[in-house]
Ligand binder design. Structure first.
Ligand SMILES: Nc1ncnc2c1ncn2[C@@H]1O[C@H](COP(=O)(O)OP(=O)(O)OP(=O)(O)O)[C@@H](O)[C@H]1O
Length: 582
């Protein structure tokens, strides 16, 4: 499906979602029309029946036809309803496919600026509104409009004067409803925004539930969620109020039309302009008008609510995303390790924020371990984010194997890299799911080897179902050290040509720390390893250390060279790292 531009009007967006299902929609619409047509024929047959009665003719034929029409009307109506609902569900599905694909392709910079809970609400709650929009508004406009025109035509055939009276009444009602419609849109948009805020507040609290509880903040967080829910309630009730008013105006207009037609029609019967049968038929049509008019009013109201949702969906589609590419093949065994170069990189996270990198330059040859050290906030993790192309430098170049990463295919670039984030996220699912996350095709032997390298074997034997044990949302059933090692194992299974390891700031116990150091040293013999180091033990074995401060590289060298050559390094080694020195 080609996504319409973000500025496209809601109806164009809806049509784009509907396009793949247009045949089913047309079938549903035709069935609805057939339902309408069988309904339309009813007053005519009734008129005939009254004629038969007054002429003392047998009414069995007309009665039979009437029954047949009633049954056909119900049967076709049910089938049409089913086809339409099914199509509407398919439209919701198409919108969800399109939106969720866009969500997972979002650039990290785009995600930085939004609340994940709100995005979640857009994918779940806002898309649901398209269901009613498809059935009620799209079909409502089509069938309601056609039925209305059909009914008016039939009325015109019965008596043009009474038709003029009816149209006059409807025109006045339309003006009133036209004034109400924008209010429905505004309330609908606000209600959905509040649902988004509710999602964001819930995600915030549930994402840090331990901290929420430890801080005794349950009630405050609950109140924030409740406030958003209540705001949504208020706006939805407001929308319902305007909808009810519009519906009532429509209902009232048919009642007024009925009374006016009765008065004017009565006068016309008494003057002999029309007969009683015509008046009865016309009055039946007036009642019959009620349904398409209500359908149209509902269509307009649902269109407003749906277009509020569509504008929220379009906001996401407008966010910068990465191209949709299949994952690139992972490096083959024995692939050459990568070389990384930063050339005078200047970078800030967004144009309104200050620069984080002020001309970072360094070169890392293939193989070996390079440690990045520096005070908190120096820009070390940012180096990794730039290598992964989560963000692009404002100036300067980042090169992998001598080629500017801007010229690399992003999927191929990332396939070459294994990245272990500082907080080592573990995803909900089993331990095996987590290990194979970055290398779904890795075989059992590779998994066993990586478990040995990362010293996870004892964990696996201890877990009740071994590798198939569910590790909980965000790996809550694992310890901090285990989570780190799982994250490293996950990265290693990709046989990366470049391993980026953002060391956790938390301290590991001595055994774990030694294990990790040995693991990283072993990996560095095979591949290029960059470590953002928070432990002296990691740094002392590094082939080179890049000292960073305030977005600049101050010095590059080995531990021994830097202890004497870099005052900042000497200070870091003497203070920050000292705790871990034996
Ligand atoms: N997504 C982001 N948006 C805006 N600013 C950010 C973002 N990520 C990091 N920063 C800012 O960039 C600066 C450098 O962050 P970075 O994570 O690179 O530091 P670091 O040297 O790795 O620190 P630490 O040792 O504490 O992990 C910090 O001041 C941080 O506040």
């Amino acid at each position: 499906m080609s996504t319409p531009p973000a500025s496209a009007p809601p109806w164009r967006v809806l049509l784009a979602y509907v396009r793949p299902h247009r045949k089913a929609l047309v079938a549903g619409a035709l069935l609805s029309l057939a339902t309408g047509a069988t309904g339309l024929a009813l007053p005519l047959v009734a008129q005939e029946l009254i004629g038969d009665l007054s002429a003392d003719r047998s009414i069995s034929g007309a009665l039979m036809l009437l029954s047949l029409l009633v049954v056909a009307n119900a049967g076709i109506g049910a089938l049409g309803g089913y086809v339409l609902q099914r199509t509407a569900e398919s439209v919701v599905l198409t919108a969800r496919h399109s939106l969720t694909s866009a969500l997972l392709r979002l650039r990290i910079s785009a995600v930085d600026a939004v609340e994940p809970g709100d995005l979640l609400a857009r994918a779940t709650s806002d898309t649901t509104l398209l269901r009613a929009m498809t059935t009620n508004s799209l079909i409502g406009f089509g069938t309601g409009g056609l039925t209305l025109v059909g009914t008016l035509l039939m009325m015109g055939l019965v008596d043009p004067v009474l038709l003029a009276v009816t149209v006059g009444v409807i025109a006045v009602a339309s003006l009133v409803i036209g004034g109400i419609v924008p209010l429905i849109n505004r309330a609908g948009k606000r209600a959905q925004e509040s649902v988004g805020r509710m999602g964001a507040a819930l995600e915030r609290a549930l994402g840090a539930l331990r901290t929420v509880k430890a801080s005794g903040a349950e009630r405050r967080e609950r109140d924030a969620v409740h406030r958003a829910a209540e705001e949504s309630w208020r706006e939805s009730v407001r929308a319902a109020k305007w909808q009810a008013l519009a519906g009532n105006t429509a209902g009232l207009s048919t009642q007024v039309a009925f009374i006016t037609v009765l008065a004017v029609g009565g006068a016309r019967v008494s003057t002999g302009a029309i007969d009683v049968g015509a008046l009865v038929a016309f009055l039946l049509y007036v009642f019959y008008l009620m349904s398409p008019i209500q359908q149209l009013v509902t269509a307009v109201a649902q269109y407003q609510l749906g277009s509020a949702a569509i504008s929220r969906i379009q906001e996401v589609q407008a966010l910068p995303g990465e191209p949709d590419r299949p994952p690139a093949p992972l490096p083959t065994p024995g692939a050459e390790p990568a070389a990384v170069t930063f050339e005078n990189v200047r970078f800030r996270y967004s144009p309104e924020l200050p620069y984080i990198h002020h001309g970072v330059t360094f070169a890392v040859p293939p193989r070996g371990m390079t440690a990045f050290v520096g005070p908190s906030g120096a820009g070390k993790t940012t180096v990794f984010s730039l290598i992964e192309r989560f963000y692009d430098p404002v100036e300067g170049r980042v090169l992998l194997d001598g080629l500017d990463i801007a010229e690399w295919d992003v999927a191929a670039l990332r396939a070459a890299i294994g990245y272990v984030e500082q907080d080592a996220p573990v995803l909900s699912g089993t331990l095996r799911d987590n290990l194979l996350f970055g290398a779904p095709d890795a075989d059992e032997a590779a998994v066993t080897a990586v478990l040995a390298t990362t010293r996870l074997e004892t964990l696996v034997t201890r877990l009740p179902e071994g590798l198939d044990t569910v590790v909980g949302h965000r790996g809550t059933k694992l310890s901090g050290g285990e989570r780190q090692r799982v994250a490293i194992a996950r990265a290693l299974l990709r046989r990366p040509r470049l391993l980026l390891l953002d060391e956790a700031t938390s301290q590991l116990d001595a055994v774990n720390e030694a294990a990790l150091r040995d693991t990283v040293a072993a990996v560095a013999r095979e591949t290029t390893v960059l470590v953002v180091a928070h432990r002296l033990s990691t740094v002392t074995t590094a082939d080179r250390i890049v000292v960073m401060d305030n977005g600049r590289v101050l010095a590059v060298g080995t531990h021994t060279e830097l202890v004497n050559g870099s005052p900042l390094y000497a200070e870091l080694a003497a203070t920050q790292f000292l705790a871990t020195v034996e």
